[in-house]
Structure formats: C-alpha cells, structure tokens
Design a binder for this molecule. Structure first.
Ligand SMILES: *[C@@H]1O[C@H](CO)[C@@H](O)[C@H](O)[C@H]1NC(C)=O
Ligand SMILES: *[C@@H]1O[C@H](CO)[C@@H](O)[C@H](O)[C@H]1NC(C)=O
Ligand SMILES: *[C@@H]1O[C@H](CO)[C@@H](O)[C@H](O)[C@H]1NC(C)=O
Ligand SMILES: *[C@@H]1O[C@H](CO)[C@@H](O)[C@H](O)[C@H]1NC(C)=O
Ligand SMILES: *[C@@H]1O[C@H](CO)[C@@H](O)[C@H](O)[C@H]1NC(C)=O
Ligand SMILES: *[C@@H]1O[C@H](CO)[C@@H](O)[C@H](O)[C@H]1NC(C)=O
Length: 606
C-alpha cells in the first residue's frame, strides 16, 4: 500500500467512525446542548432546533441563543433577534430571556405596540404558562388574537389584586395556549395630574420574575429591566407518540425511554422512565440507570446497619445481619437486635460506674477523716496533751482539771460564734459553763441537796488538791460560788486562778501587799494581817458551804446596811436558830442531819 492508499484508508476509517459515532451533547458555555437541539452537528439534531452558541452581550459568557422575530407594527419586515436560552426542558419546553420584549408609552392616553414571533413553520409556540402583564399607574395593555378579538388589562396602583410576583401596580391576564405569535400594546391610559406616567406591557413566565418593591428603575425608561423569561413549547415532528412509534426513526426507541405527546400540541417528546437518567432521545443522551445508592439516598447509612441495593430503574433498602427494620429513612429504619442487650449493658456500666464512684468517694471521705483525726492526734501529742492527760490521771482522777473535747468546746462557745480576741498563740472565743452562784441565787435554777452535797465534797477535794497534792502547792485566793463552774452533770470545776499564787514550799505564809478576793468571802484574819494562808481559802470555802446551806448570797442587805453572810450564819448557829436559815427549797427532815453536819463543818472553816 502506498502513501496515497494509507491516506485514503485512514480517511475511509475516519468517515466510518464519524458517521457511526454515538451522538454526544455539544457544549456551549456551561450548558450541554443535546438532541433534538444542535449547534453544529445537524445529524445529531432535528431540523428546526438549531441554536447559536455565542457570547451573551450582557454577561460576557458563552450561551446558546435562539432566533425569533420581534419589533413593532410599523416594521415593514420582521426583524430577527437572538434570545438567550436560559434553560432547556427536554420534555418539550425552553425558557428564553424575554427582557427585551415589551411595549411602553410614557405619553398620556397613548400606547405603543410590539410583536413577538418564533420562526414561522418551526416547532415553537408561546406557552400558556406565560402571562400577559401590564405595569404602571393607570396603565393599559392589550393583545389581539387574529380576527377573534382583543384582550385588555388595566393596572391601577391601588389594586389589591396585583399578582404576587409583581406588587407595584400590575395586572395580568392569561394568554391563548400555544400561539405562534403575539401582537400586543402597552401604554398610559390618562394622566389626572398632567404628569408623565408610563405604562408598559410584556409577556413573561411568572416563575422567572419578581418585583416586590416599588423600585421604578426596574422598568421605567427603556423597558422592564428586571430579568424575566418566556416559556416556549416545542415538539418533534408533526406526529404524536402513537404515530411516531410506528416509524423507523422513532426518537424514543432507546430502552427505558418513553414517548409523550408534546405540550406544544404538535409532535411528540421523549423522556426516561423513573429511575433512569438522560433525556430519553435515541440520538440524545439515552437513558441510563440512576444509581440511587450513590450519594444521598433513601436508605439509612451503613453505620446504622443499612444496606442500599441498586437495581435497574430502582433500588431497595435492607438491614445488615443483626438488625431489624426495612432500612428506609422514612420507614422503620434499622434497629440493632442487640440494642436491648446494649441498653442493659449501658445501664449496667453506668450503674457500676456510679457504684464504684460512691465507694471511691466513701473511701476518700473515710481516709480524709482519718487523716484529719491523725492530724488532731498528732497536734494533741505534739502540744503535750499526753503528758497533761498523764498528769491529770496521776492527780487522783477527779475532774478537778478537765481537758475539754472539741465537741464540748464547740457547745460551750456556741460553735465559736463570739470571738473575744486573738492572742499570740490562739484565738480566744467566748464560752459558757453555768456558774454554782447562778444555780443557787437565781429563781429558775435551784439545786437539790444531793447536788449541793456533791458540790461541797468535790470543791473540798479540789481545794485540798491544789493546797496539798499539786506538785507546787497553790492558794486559790478567790474561792467563791461564782468561781465554781458546773458542767451539764453538775460536776463542779474550780475556776479562775487569776488571783492564785504558788505557795512557797519553805514558808506556809505568803506576804502580799494588797488586799484581794471577793467581799463576803474574804477571811477577816487576812484582811487584818494581810497574811494569806491556806486557811484563807478554807474560810472562803466555809462561806460557799453556808451559801449551799442557806441559798443566800455572801453579802446580805438588811435595811440600808450590808452584813456578811458568815456573820449572819455564825450568830444563827450560836443562837440555835440554825434550822431557820436553811434554804427552804431543800430543807427536809430526812436530810436535816446532813445539813447540820455541813453547818458544823462550815462553822469550823469560818
Ligand atoms: C454536561 O455533560 C457532561 C458530560 O458530558 C457532564 O459532566 C456535565 O455535568 C453536564 N453539564 C450539565 C450542566 O448538565
Ligand atoms: C436578559 O436580557 C436583559 C436585556 O434585555 C439583560 O439585561 C439581562 O442581563 C439578561 N438576563 C439574562 C439572565 O440573560
Ligand atoms: C399585529 O397586529 C397588526 C395590527 O392589527 C397587524 O397589522 C399585524 O399584521 C399583526 N402582526 C402579526 C404578526 O400578526
Ligand atoms: C439519529 O442519528 C442518525 C445519524 O447518526 C440518523 O441517521 C438518525 O436519523 C437520527 N435519528 C433521529 C430520530 O433523528
Ligand atoms: C426489597 O426488599 C424487601 C425485603 O428484602 C423485599 O421484600 C422486596 O421485595 C424488595 N423490593 C424490591 C423492589 O426489590
Ligand atoms: C418513603 O418515601 C418514598 C419517596 O418519597 C415513598 O415512595 C415511600 O412510600 C415512603 N415510604 C413510607 C413508608 O412512607
């Protein structure tokens, strides 16, 4: 084969390949143009559906354009204009930019005329989904339909019946269906105030258009500037489906396509069966199965146990092993069969977590309590608490000295509510123990004989201890009933060692330079000699005994003068009037002997 032969062969192969090639959509900008529309490939389109791919003069982008005729009645010849195709619906319609189709007059009581006509003899008609509208105040518009008559529409700005897509003085009327052309007028009806008002009429597809405000710039001047579209219907051939099916070149012959009679009322169109994609034309994009399982679909996701099955033209949902339900989002979805066990497991896990947490908290609490108890015990040890306890124990066990527990201090100080002051080592709080004095001399409180005897005995022991048994003997020097404190069991505590002095071990006498103590309790011997001895404490104790016996205060007011209780007591005992001065609250025959014994003891002390 020579070179010429090779070239001829290649040309031949190319020709065969070209003519036998499957039709593919022609691209124009962002749009695909497919059968029956065509740009250059006439063999992949249908006669009368040629469109022009050109730059849109307004947006500068490539777009398919459709040629139709428009102008006004005065035109001698029809003028062809390009109208941009906004959208192609392969089931028999398309939308063109019809913003330039209008009739407008701004002269009072005058109208302008216009016409629109798709190529005569072609497949396109004006869809009835469009409306004829008139915009303006006191504006009028009309269209004629051949010899049959005229339709008229008047717009007044106060109209309550404005269509929702055009609120600013609009009126709309329907168009006759699938007309091949339209003659119409638009203008001003009249001007009451002799001002210029314009009236404009146009035809448009309402779904493409909205004027919701009174922005007059949208239409006054050179027409209705807001974009609006016009819907045109079309169909293939002059044959309806039943006729077309019988022909050899049946357009809807591809599998899974169906034929429908054209909305233009003439010819037919194709579409794909549900579940298939494509435009349905054999020389178009055919019909391919839609994979419903791709992307968002009606089945619940695999993470929820859903399974999507794609079938030709359809799909099905189901649930994976271990799940029940139909797998559809809007159905019973997929529910794990073990979800009850899972719930139980979750409940179990949560409750055991709570349980463990509670135990842990309990342990933590115990530990911290123990730690704080340890800390207290450590403080107690470090600050000599043990030695103190031992010493108290060695003192003979009687509670002449008492270590108060924190609880007792808390109660006595009313939870440390009253702070008296801060010292170098500690904060001093006010605490209250009831004094013997109050019990003896207040109306509400009175002590039984048994308690009084107990107080006498224990006070005596306490004094004896501080005088004789303490390592370093001490004189209290202010023994009195108000210094004998009672706790809630009436156990007395000898308090207020503020005046006490250590007793010099070598000398049984202590010289002091000033008289002290409390009037009524002070030993007259001490007052006279200024020598305080252990006998002075004993004297004071005697006065306390007399108080316990008589319930009287250590100083008595008799008329204007005061006299000491012990004087009164001594004279009563000397005059044998003892019984008369005993406290009437306690005196009873069976204890009279005990009281007399105590009286004798008091006398001895005094
Ligand atoms: C045009 O067709 C191509 C495939 O040829 C496709 O990827 C693209 O999405 C289509 N564009 C439109 C707007 O349909
Ligand atoms: C429609 O045409 C008008 C001019 O008549 C133009 O201003 C507008 O941008 C066009 N709109 C579209 C979407 O093509
Ligand atoms: C439009 O109407 C005018 C006036 O009635 C008429 O002369 C003209 O032929 C009509 N145009 C078309 C296309 O019907
Ligand atoms: C489809 O295209 C082929 C050529 O590729 C042509 O022979 C046939 O008539 C076309 N069919 C239709 C329905 O237009
Ligand atoms: C979808 O799945 C259910 C259950 O598996 C079955 O009963 C039904 O026939 C299926 N439907 C289709 C269209 O496959
Ligand atoms: C779920 O939605 C699809 C599509 O909307 C519908 O066909 C189907 O009947 C619905 N199923 C139920 C159970 O509602």
């Amino acid at each position: 084969m020579d070179c010429r032969g090779v070239v001829r062969f290649l040309i031949c192969v190319c020709m065969v390949g070209f003519t036998g090639a499957k039709c593919v959509p022609e691209k124009c900008g962002s749009m695909n143009v497919s059968y029956p529309f065509w740009i250059k490939n006439s063999h992949c389109g249908y006669p009368g559906f040629q469109v022009t791919c050109r730059k849109d003069p307004y947006s500068g982008i490539l777009a398919p354009f459709f040629t139709a005729y428009s102008g006004n009645y005065t035109d001698e010849y029809l003028q062809g204009f390009y109208y941009r195709i906004i959208e192609i619906d392969y089931t028999g319609s398309l939308i063109i930019n019809s913003s330039s189709i209008w009739a407008q007059s701004c002269i009072s009581n005058s109208t302008a005329s216009a016409y629109f006509q798709p190529p005569l003899g072609g497949p396109f008609t004006i869809s009835m989904s469009n409306k004829f509208i008139v915009i303006g105040c006191n504006a009028v518009g009309s269209y004629t339909y051949g010899d049959w008559g005229e339709a008229r529409c008047v717009s007044t700005c106060d109209s309550q019946t404005d269509p929702p897509y055009c609120r600013y003085g609009c009126c709309e009327i329907t168009l006759p269906d699938n007309w091949a052309w339209l003659n119409f007028t638009g203008g001003s009806l009249f001007s009451l105030l002799n001002t210029t008002t314009c009236g404009l009429s146009t035809i448009l597809e309402p779904s493409t258009f909205t004027i919701v405000d009174n922005n007059t710039n949208l239409f006054w001047g050179d027409g209705l500037k807001a974009y609006h579209g016009l819907r045109l219907n079309w169909g293939i051939s002059l044959q309806n489906c039943s006729m077309a099916k019988a022909t050899a070149n049946y357009s809807c012959a591809s599998s899974n396509a169906e034929c429908i009679d054209s909305p233009s009322g003439q010819g037919h169109v194709c579409r794909c069966l549900p579940g298939y994609e494509g435009n349905g034309y054999s020389n178009g994009t055919d019909c391919t199965d839609t994979d419903e399982c791709k992307g968002s679909n009606m089945c619940v996701g695999a993470e929820e146990g859903g399974i999507c099955h794609n079938f030709a033209g359809t799909y099905n949902c189901s649930c994976a092993e271990g799940y029940k339900g139909d797998g559809f989002h809007n159905g019973t979805r997929c529910i794990s069969r073990s979800s009850n066990y899972l719930k139980l497991a979750i409940i179990g896990a949560v409750s055991s977590f709570v349980g463990v947490s509670m135990v842990a908290c309990g342990l933590f609490w115990c530990l911290s309590m123990r730690r704080s108890k340890h800390a207290r015990e450590k403080n107690f040890r470090q600050n000599g608490g043990i030695q103190l306890q031992e010493r108290i124990a060695s003192m003979g066990g009687k509670e002449s000295l008492k270590i108060f527990s924190e609880r007792e201090l808390e109660m006595a100080s009313n939870k440390f509510s009253t702070e008296l002051g801060k010292g170098g080592f500690a904060t001093v709080y006010k605490g209250v123990l009831v004094n013997v004095f109050d019990h003896l001399h207040s109306r509400e409180n009175h002590l039984t004989w048994k308690t009084r005897r107990q107080i006498a005995i224990e006070t005596a022991e306490a004094i004896a201890y501080v005088h004789l048994q303490a390592a370093q003997p001490i004189f209290h020097r202010d023994i009195k009933s108000s210094n004998i404190l009672l706790d809630n069991t009436f156990t007395p505590k000898v308090a207020d060692f503020g005046l006490s002095r250590l007793r010099p071990s070598d000398d049984r006498h202590l010289s002091i330079m000033f008289a002290s103590g409390t009037p009524g309790y002070v030993d007259p011997e001490f007052v006279r000699s200024n020598q305080f001895t252990d006998k002075s404490d004993v004297f004071s104790f005697g006065v306390v005994l007399v108080e316990l016996l008589t319930g009287l205060k250590p100083l008595l007011s008799i008329g204007e003068s005061t006299c000491a209780l012990y004087d009164h007591f001594l004279s009563a005992i000397n005059d044998n009037h003892l019984i008369e001065i005993f406290d009437p609250k306690v005196v009873k025959e069976e204890i009279q002997g005990q009281m007399e014994n105590m009286a004798r003891l008091a006398k001895a002390c005094l």
